[in-house]
Design a protein around this ligand. Structure first.
Ligand SMILES: [Zn+2]
Length: 305
């Protein structure tokens, strides 16, 4: 995720479709994706899950329209991902309004780690404890996005990022939640830190690293989430993705960034996930329905077991 500041808002169009997807989320935060099974959606034979999007800049009206559009495209569930305490509160209130489709992930991103106030960790823990113990609140399904980035000079120094990242790994472990990791330029070291702190479930979101770090992450038992970048001409992900075991693969938009072809350059949004999904199915020479099923099993395994 690049700099979050100065984002322009995405606008969705209202399709008027009913919001019927996953229901009966349990207050414990577990099994929230499994029951009942994902039903087929009106305009798509397959069900896709966008495992990483940032929707906190949407107004409620625009969000409703966006969700209708996503469902119409076959994107049944979206992990709405915070980057700070403030955006976590917005994400949670959005997910409460659209609990069947939006699932919250909360955390402090490496970019935002420079802005944390004293007591941020207690605030984060309180959000997790409250949401995952009260039946009327949407259960938080992951701590994220969190991570380490040494590739961009606008990011705070690693001295600032590292303790905040490690603390959030502990919070995730204590809450028995998976982590959604942003790592650039130090993917292998980031996985080493996770593994050293006994993190068992981690998703390396928007993975852009090399083969060596990919292998290391896979050996740790973690997951790789592939963004729309894979559809770009000459993207190294087109080769790399062949080295990801199918049971460790996830896909995402990272909306509003990194729109897949043929929308490259426009603000990204969850309905565009289908372009990435179809592209990967073709690239791996796998039936779309089979890919959708495999990815859904991965989603359930990492977030819901
Ligand atoms: Zn992101």
């Amino acid at each position: 995720m690049p700099n979050m500041k100065g984002l322009s808002q995405n606008k969705g169009r209202h399709t008027g479709l009913p919001l019927q997807t996953v229901q009966n989320a349990t207050p414990s935060g577990r099994h929230l994706l499994r029951q009942p099974p994902f039903p087929p959606q009106p305009h798509s034979a397959y069900i896709w899950v966008d495992t990483h999007a940032h929707l906190f800049d949407y107004t409620d009206n625009d969000l409703g329209a966006l969700i209708d559009e996503a469902i119409a495209a076959g994107v049944a569930t979206i992990v709405n991902t915070a980057v700070s305490i403030d955006t976590a509160r917005t994400v949670l209130s959005q997910c409460k309004k659209f609990p069947n489709v939006l699932k919250p992930a909360v955390g402090i991103s490496p970019f935002d780690s420079v802005d944390v106030k004293n007591g941020w960790d207690d605030e984060l823990k309180t959000l997790v404890n409250n949401n995952n113990s009260q039946p009327n609140e949407p259960p938080i399904i992951a701590i994220g996005e969190i991570g380490l980035d040494n590739t961009n000079p606008i990011y705070p120094s690693l001295d600032i990022q590292l303790p905040i990242f490690k603390k959030q790994l502990e919070i995730a472990n204590d809450a028995n939640l998976p982590v959604i990791i942003h790592s650039r330029g130090m993917e292998k070291q980031t996985a080493e830190i996770c593994s050293g702190l006994n993190v068992t479930k981690a998703i390396f979101h928007c993975f852009t690293g090399d083969k060596e770090s990919l292998d290391y992450i896979i050996n740790c038992g973690y997951y790789i989430s592939i963004p729309g970048i894979v559809t770009y001409k000459n993207s190294h992900l087109r080769d790399l993705i062949r080295h990801i075991p199918i049971n460790r693969l996830l896909i995402e938009t990272d909306a509003p960034y990194l729109s897949p072809a043929p929308h490259r350059g426009k603000p990204n949004k969850p309905p565009f996930l289908i372009h990435t999904a179809k592209y990967i199915a073709e690239l791996l020479d796998i039936d779309e329905a089979k890919l959708a099923k495999a990815l859904l099993e991965n989603v359930i395994r990492v977030f819901d077991s």
